[in-house]
Design a protein around this ligand. Structure first.
Ligand code: ZN
Length: 306
């Protein structure tokens, strides 16, 4: 689930935090209007996502935890299964009403933008659990490799960027974005990342075609063509020949047009004290938060003076 690292610019009307979004619809953790539909109040919420897609969704269930923690099921499309299962009703299709993303009236989650998918995960996580905005995760300091267990992030504070009018128009037209590259001697065409791209990334990692976490991965997934490069040479070109300068320009352009949630938090290493942006992972604890257990663990660490 890469490529969501978006730095929202303060003051822009398309920006804000997850807290702003969660506060606008379904405030209070439930949508009373659903009570008349036979759905128990408190178990469902209406969530408006970064593209404008608005859904009535159910809280996460134990069966979703089971899929989430099963690597094989996730590889077999578990993410789409979870999204389909929690979606009770499409309240507003947003731009997707014009993209042909509905199949027989059902949202084709593989064609939904990664920005929306991540937004849905984060917002519904917040709505699904008591203190659902509090998330502890483990990671490793990139500088000294020291374990940073129980790093805390308040999901409500994550920056959020809505789909811009320009990007919305591109999404509807299906047209690619173009980044001018200096060293490739031409332009690169790319699209916003979708569920299908996330799937392709998983498949390529599993088949050994790309290494997990490599910087080239997002470019390989999203770039559809580069002027002067034959289609069959595209992946080898990005992996072996593309200059870092071109890659920087490309990433900058992607960031400019993307929507989604910036899933990075500023962190100071408990060991070497260096400061860096840690990427919030969507790991096991995301769908089965254990607040009390996490608090105890945190207290234990505090006693150890970590
Ligand atoms: Zn460190």
């Amino acid at each position: 689930m890469s490529g969501i690292s978006i730095e929202a610019e303060k003051g822009k009307d398309i920006g804000g935090t997850v807290e702003d979004a969660v506060g606008t619809v379904g405030t209070g953790g439930s949508d009373l209007s659903t009570a008349s539909d036979g759905v128990r109040s408190g178990k469902t919420n209406t969530l408006k996502l970064v593209s404008g897609l608005t859904l009535l969704v159910s809280k996460f269930k134990v069966k979703h935890e089971d899929i989430w923690s099963d690597r094989d099921k996730m590889y077999a499309g578990g993410m789409e299964d979870i999204f389909e299962d929690i979606t009770i009703k499409v309240v507003d299709p947003g731009p997707y009403s014009e993209t042909g993303v509905f199949k027989d009236g059902v949202l084709d989650w593989s064609r939904v933008l990664t920005g929306d998918r991540v937004d849905l995960l984060v917002q519904n996580r917040i709505k699904s659990y008591r203190h659902g905005n509090e998330y502890w995760f483990d990671h490793v300091c990139p500088k000294c490799q020291a374990a940073q267990d129980d790093t805390f992030v308040d999901l409500l504070k994550l920056k959020r960027r809505e789909l811009s009018a320009d990007s919305r128009a591109k999404l509807i037209s299906g047209g690619p974005f173009v980044a001018d590259l200096m060293d490739a001697d031409g332009g690169a065409k790319f699209l916003m990342q979708t569920g299908a791209d996330e799937r392709k990334l998983m498949d390529m990692e599993r088949n050994g075609q790309i290494d997990k976490g490599k910087k080239s991965a997002e470019l390989i997934i999203r770039v559809k063509s580069i002027d002067g490069i034959a289609p069959e040479r595209l992946v080898p070109y990005i992996r072996e020949d593309m200059t870092s300068d071109d890659a920087c320009d490309l990433r900058n352009k992607m960031d400019e047009v993307d929507c989604g949630i910036d899933t990075s938090v500023f962190h100071k290493c408990w060991s070497c004290k260096s400061q860096y942006w840690a990427d919030v992972p969507f790991d096991q604890g995301f769908l089965s938060p254990q607040r009390e257990i996490a608090k105890r663990r945190k207290a234990m660490h505090a006693e150890e003076g970590v």
